[in-house]
Design a protein around this ligand. Structure first.
Ligand SMILES: *Cc1c(COP(=O)(O)O)cnc(C)c1O
Length: 241
């Protein structure tokens, strides 16, 4: 939240931002031959205080994403409604799997076979199944986690053999791009992988979610086939750490 704004001003900004984003989502969806209802909106709530998160939820947002297990855990008691759908979107260490599984309905940031295996084992112990997305490092950047495009298909097939995790799609974060054509090329190759893996009809893989697009590029992501966008700073204002 921006400094020195009253709570009321922040609420107002969140409302106006949400209206603007919703309109742009509808526009991009229409351009890609779909409707606004085909695009799931996630509010990314890292560093955002619960009072503002709850205001966003009061506007009809029904999905939030956090990137750190500890932060999610500390906010759990404040969410209204308490059962709002929550996804983990940040890198997960195997030693935190047991902590996060009870808190979320999906882990979008599965970036290794080993992590998926750990999630499956832990899910079995807890008596629940876990939906996951495979994170694709679409620009092959050293600075990012995620599967490279080359290893994705084989890794997906291996993960599909773990009985208590279910692959529901892909999450992709492209490199920083100077222009929208470049961003669109990365999103397009993520979409191609999504389609390719889906067409293999592998048991226990259901490619229904393509999570890509953040504050600065959700429009381009939707044009290239995103089914879910993850928006933080455009909704809540720039983050203060
Ligand atoms: C922070 C974050 C976002 C949202 O970023 P904004 O640019 O603030 O919209 C989306 N996805 C992931 C994985 C993130 O960590």
């Amino acid at each position: 939240m921006t400094e020195n704004l009253s709570v009321e001003q922040c609420f107002y900004n969140i409302e106006e931002n949400y209206k603007r984003i919703t309109a742009r989502i509808a526009e991009a969806a229409a351009k890609s031959g779909r409707g606004a209802g085909d695009i799931r909106f996630m509010a990314v709530t890292k560093t955002v205080q619960p009072i503002f998160i709850n205001h966003a939820l009061s506007l009809g947002i029904d999905l939030i994403g956090e990137n750190k297990v500890q932060e999610l855990q500390s906010k759990m008691e404040f969410f209204k409604p308490a059962d709002v759908e929550k996804h983990l979107i940040g890198h997960l260490q195997t030693n935190k799997v047991a902590k996060v599984l009870p808190l979320v309905t999906m882990i979008q940031s599965v970036d290794s076979v080993k992590l998926a295996q750990q999630i499956s084992k832990t899910a079995e112990k807890l008596g629940k199944d876990m939906d996951i997305l495979l994170e694709v490092n679409i620009g092959d950047e050293d600075s990012k986690t995620g599967f490279s495009a080359d290893e994705l298909v084989d890794s997906a097939a291996e993960i599909a053999s773990f009985p208590f995790v279910h692959i529901r799609g892909l999450m992709a974060i492209p490199p920083i791009c100077d222009n929208s054509d470049m961003a669109r090329r990365f999103f397009s190759s993520a979409h191609q992988l999504f389609v390719d893996i889906g067409s293999k009809n592998i048991d226990n893989i259901d490619m229904s979610v393509l999570s890509m697009g953040m504050s600065h590029d959700y429009y381009e992501a939707i044009l290239e086939g995103a089914t879910m966008v993850r928006v933080g700073s455009s909704l809540f204002g720039s983050r203060r750490y």
